[in-house]
Design a protein around this ligand. Sequence first.
Ligand code: F6P
Length: 346
Amino acid sequence: MKIGVLTGGGDCPGLNAVIRAVVRKADAYDSRVVGVRNGWKGLLELAPMDLDIKMVSGILHIGGTIIGTSRTNPFKDPADADRILKNFRLLGLDALVAIGGEDTLGAASRLYEKGLPVVGVPKTIDNDLSGTDFTFGFDTAVSIATDAIDRIHTTAESHNRVMIVEVMGRHAGWIATFAGIAGGADVILIPEMPIDLDEVCDLILRRHSRGKSFSIVVVAEGAQFAEKHGGSGRLIVQETKTDEFGHVRLGGISQLLAEEIEKRTQFETRYVVLGHIQRGGSPTAHDRVLATRFGVFATEMVHRGEFGKMAALQGSQIVAVPLAEATARIKTVDMDLYSIAEEFFG
Ligand code: F6P
């Protein structure tokens, strides 16, 4: 068999571990693997890259993706989807492994309906894909954000400041919730719950009235102010230009929060945006293992002819779930988990 592999959307630690696993498992089946460069763009521009065992040697622990990525949407222009199907045949491919998040796998699901033999692998630091308990990359992002919160703690305490840490999380506050719990945040703000500034400031004031002289607030970039603050439904963005999937570039909520908190509490407040640091560098051991399991399983799915599905983690098992199901809706934060976090607020 000749198997294509592509990585789409924002990069994520563990992508190379999946590519390596696909190539190694395919080799065990006597199959060949071709890297499709830069996501769906590579099937529009035809820039294949042969991947053999030698080429994937030594990449397990390396961040990024050796085959590149892009946010190209194959359905932006209706003719592109047909071109992708045509080019797939032109390359002599028998199957495609698409490694991506909601956008890449949403497109994979639609292309499967049009006849593309595709298997998905769930990638995103945001952990917001349905059908899988966890995506790879998330654990690394949480570890980085937790380390940052630990560091912010000491400087916040030295200066008696309120510190706001802005983490990624466009639609869901998984990174904020996990890193907030792990880092002992005093308030965690996520896209799932509109920000009530009165409540946030009350929590900080309550904490300071207990003798604490500093506070840590963790906020997901996609969090929005409550309606009473004029914010409902309005994302805080760095620029209004959208990508091919219609997403704006988020960022800036922490700055607005810092201004409001300082004004209302009179406590000196600073903010820090962690940004792409959360997406770069080496994956954690957990993500390397998860990515490897996904890659091996996805290659087995290809050889079983189990297309239109995604490798997923459910409990401790890797299983196959329909792409249509995995991409039907965003997986938002489990409110039972968030209520654990709330126990430590203020
Ligand atoms: O989808 C993952 C993500 O990291 C989001 O949390 C973030 O909003 C987005 O990617 C940023 O993407 P880019 O750096 O490609 O603009």
